[in-house]
Design a protein around this ligand. Structure first.
Ligand code: SAH
Length: 237
């Protein structure tokens, strides 16, 4: 699946302490690799129990650098390093109004909630009804009741709560859906995997009063965006 080797499903046997230890080790590793720098993102990654956002059959692999399958069509929880990979160049911080396209497991939304804090806002949109229900249950169980969850096509954004200081698209697109750029605040940033000539380029866009600038982060491998602005051949009927 998407060029990754998914480990075989099995019954979870790790204790909460074992997961907590793996979480601390993962955060230390991300810092050592230079992928994790911000104190708020570090604290958020230490706090959110990633294992609680993964189906039981894959839970023991929570801290491995592989994306794991979720209920729904082509939905995955991205590998652990993807979250600082997105949130660091985005400069996600306290007080931000944050929009996520592709809720997946709900883990990215939970981490963002911890980063933006009480003064901030997290809105996340998921197109797949099964994935949506799964993420909603995960977030409720983990105590994240103030994340705004929308079951819809994220390519259209969520105009009701615009403008957003930061937007993360966690599905790959050929071009940034125009509604998302419209709903981005001036001075705001959007990050997305953009399908290029070879693979996908994780790109940060910054909106100023005069236009949009962009900067390449690195190559990535994400599931394709569905819906109105979806990748050709993957569109909904
Ligand atoms: N952020 C997620 C990972 C997302 S995987 C996490 O933390 O786990 C990509 C997700 O994008 C999948 O759940 C997929 O169903 C969703 N998706 C694809 N196209 C979408 C669209 N147009 N609108 C909203 N969600 C979409």
């Amino acid at each position: 699946m998407y060029g990754w080797q998914i480990p075989p499903p099995k019954k979870s046997s790790k204790s909460a302490e074992a997961f907590a230890r793996e979480r601390r080790e993962k955060v230390a590793w991300l810092m050592k690799k230079g992928l994790l720098k911000s104190e708020r993102i570090r604290r958020a990654l230490l706090k959110v129990p990633r294992e609680d956002f993964i189906p039981e059959a894959y839970r023991d692999y929570a801290y491995l650098e592989v994306p794991l399958p979720l209920p729904g069509v082509a939905a995955t929880i991205s590998c652990p390093h993807s979250y600082p990979l997105f949130y660091e160049p985005l400069g996600l911080d306290q007080g931000h109004r944050f929009l996520e396209v592709g809720l997946g497991s709900g883990y990215g939304a939970a981490v963002a909630r911890e980063v933006v804090g009480d003064e901030g806002l997290v809105v996340s949109i998921e197109i797949d009804p099964l994935t949506f229900a799964y993420a909603k249950a995960n977030l409720e169980r983990a105590g994240y009741r103030d994340v705004v969850l929308i079951r819809a096509d994220g390519g259209l954004g969520y105009p009701k709560l615009q403008p957003y200081d930061r937007i993360a698209m966690t599905a790959a697109c050929t071009e940034i859906p125009p509604p998302l750029l419209e709903q981005l605040a001036v001075g705001g940033r959007l990050i997305a995997p953009v399908i290029g000539a070879i693979g996908q380029d994780l790109t940060v866009f910054e909106k100023s009063a005069t236009g949009i600038s962009q900067k390449l982060v690195c190559n990535v491998l994400y599931v394709n965006l569905r819906g109105q602005y979806g990748v050709l051949g993957e569109q909904e009927s």
